[in-house]
Design a protein around this ligand. Structure first.
Ligand code: 15L
Length: 267
């Protein structure tokens, strides 16, 4: 399968590229700049997704897109608008025009960040973005629904937690996603015959999870990595309390710019 990988120079793509290539996908990589570890034989094409006119050659002959590109944390509105909203729209429209059949979209846990940590949420629950970044990912999910329902693309949104070789703190014990498990989710989005429009949580086998991922399991997802195997190490490290970040799933994305100062609970 010929697959375009956007955001190919980012940290997640660095972990993912060898795994996707080993799965037999023929990858075209794209980003503003080439990855600094670009290997001989890797097909790279520079493109700015905010530049709609540049995208036709990028998506030509592609059967699918894995869309990791964009701004990956909170940022000023102008940045989010260009990279995550205009960029996503331009890419989906170019994909439709070129006859691309499937898109796997790197959405984020931050579309749900203001759900409380004690609450277990599935993909049907109301969106509660915790940032302009989270709102832009909600836009990407909604855009995917439009291109699936009206134009027949097969779309998979992955609400990714935190991709890393191991969970780095207490919050990440609940939301951690090993790169191999992310690769498994992407392959379901690219290959499963029953995908029309789906939203899965991008997490490994996490005993402390706040998310109900039965929908992904119904499509065959069987995460191979368990965050609990890392819990003793993570819990041994003291963490500074933050009453807002500690209450909500989105963590520091919730307390950033929050008008209630530390120690004052939200009314
Ligand atoms: C995300 O969506 C970010 O892209 C990533 O950098 C992490 O901050 C992650 O969420 C997280 O919630 O830990």
């Amino acid at each position: 399968m010929r697959v375009l990988l956007t955001g190919a120079s980012g940290g997640v793509a660095r972990m993912l590229r060898p795994l996707l290539a080993a799965s037999g996908l023929q990858l075209r990589l794209s980003d503003l700049q080439p990855p600094d570890d670009l290997q001989a034989g890797e097909d790279f094409m520079a493109a700015d997704l905010a530049d709609a006119a540049a995208l036709a050659p990028l998506v030509r002959d592609m059967e699918a897109i894995v869309h990791l590109g964009g701004h990956s944390v909170e940022g000023p509105w102008a940045t989010i608008l260009k990279a995550n909203i205009e960029g996503c729209y331009n890419l989906y429209e170019a994909a439709f025009q070129a006859g691309v059949q499937r898109i796997v979209f790197a959405s984020s846990n931050h579309v749900m960040g203001f759900h409380e940590r004690g609450d277990k949420v599935d993909a049907e629950r109301m969106l509660r973005p915790d940032s302009r970044y989270g709102v832009s990912k909600a836009f990407g999910e909604a855009l995917g629904a439009l291109y699936a329902d009206k134009f027949g693309l097969r779309i998979t949104n992955l609400r990714i937690g935190n991709v890393a070789p191991a969970p780095v703190d207490r919050r990440r014990l609940a939301i951690w996603l090993h790169p191999e498990d992310l690769c498994q989710l992407i392959l379901i989005g690219l290959r499963h015959p029953d995908i029309r429009y789906e939203t899965f949580y991008g997490m490994s086998d996490n005993a402390r999870a706040w998310w109900d991922n039965r929908r992904a399991q119904a499509f065959g997802y069987r995460p191979r990595h368990r965050s609990e195997d890392h819990a003793a190490r993570v819990l041994a490290v003291a963490e500074a309390p933050d009453p807002i970040a500690d209450r909500f799933q989105g963590g520091a994305f919730c307390s950033q710019e929050h008008p209630h100062p530390p120690g004052v609970p939200k009314p």
